[in-house]
Design a protein. Structure first.
Length: 264
């Protein structure tokens, strides 16, 4: 499993969809036909649907490994055989680009997203996200704020930046449950192990057990952009075909349904 587990123990099993990128990609490479995609965990629902539809239409298949963009970038650096990388932020794509691990001409800014504060569906927590809002008070005596790792996971970095901008990070920094990726943070709230969490709007839409308390102002954090690129080591001709499909009007609804903005 990629990365270091820092979320609550019981949430880890629930996030079993985060497949070992190394093992999955090596199996796919051995088959010599699947398009191997390394994608940010928050893309799972939309990308699974798009991939399944592409497979039905073309008879070609994909193998997709979902994890934190930071973990996937490190896997790419270590030489994992794969075809496509879709990151949840620009810096991790820049990281692999600086090491000449992508095909520069193939890179594009593909999707946009938002970060939101979530709670359990039946929770009575009600907050207005604004400068100095009482986030610590809403957590209660022992409650934790579930977030992706604030040093590595894009959603965690965006969340910390927003809380710093709003002036509340110092009051909650010691109450943060840092998860290996954003979907693990979602699971902590969905299971009632954390009263509040910061995830992407698209993650909140994927889980009926949570509801959105409020969205963070767009100017409180860097723009949320998902860049996509072919890896320099890829020799699979179907990889470009899948990237092209993802940019078509036919694929757009899969992402918009989850709350993504498809960038031009």
């Amino acid at each position: 499993m990629l990365g270091t587990r820092r979320a609550f123990t019981s949430a880890l099993g629930a996030a079993a969809f985060v497949v070992s990128a190394g093992g999955l990609a090596h199996r796919a490479a051995a088959q010599g036909k699947d398009v191997v995609v390394l994608a940010a965990a928050s893309l799972k629902n939309a990308l699974d649907e798009a991939s399944a539809t592409w497979a039905k239409q073309t008879g070609k298949s994909t193998k997709i490994s979902y994890a934190a963009s930071s973990a996937l970038a490190k896997q790419i650096e270590s030489g994992i055989p794969a075809d496509i990388f879709i990151s949840a932020d620009v810096p991790w794509m820049d990281y692999v680009a600086a090491r000449k691990l992508i095909k520069p001409a193939s890179r594009s800014d593909y999707l946009g997203n938002q970060i939101v504060l979530i709670t359990a569906r039946d929770s009575r927590i009600d907050l207005k996200i604004d400068k100095g809002f009482d986030l610590r008070g809403a957590l209660g005596k022992d409650g934790r704020l579930a977030m992706g790792s604030v040093d590595a996971v894009p959603a965690g970095k965006y969340g910390k930046a927003a809380l710093e901008y709003l002036g509340v990070w110092p009051s909650v920094s010691d109450r943060v449950a840092q998860a290996e990726n954003v979907r693990m943070a979602l699971t902590l709230v969905s299971r009632g192990e954390a009263p509040l969490g910061i995830v992407y709007k698209t993650d909140a839409a994927s889980d009926p057990a949570v509801r959105i308390v409020g969205a963070f102002p767009a100017d409180s954090h860097p723009a949320i952009i998902y860049p996509m690129a072919l890896l320099a080591s890829s020799a699979n001709p179907d990889a470009q075909a899948f990237v092209d499909y993802l940019k078509t009007p036919a694929a757009k609804p899969f992402f918009e349904k989850q709350g993504f903005t498809v960038l031009k």
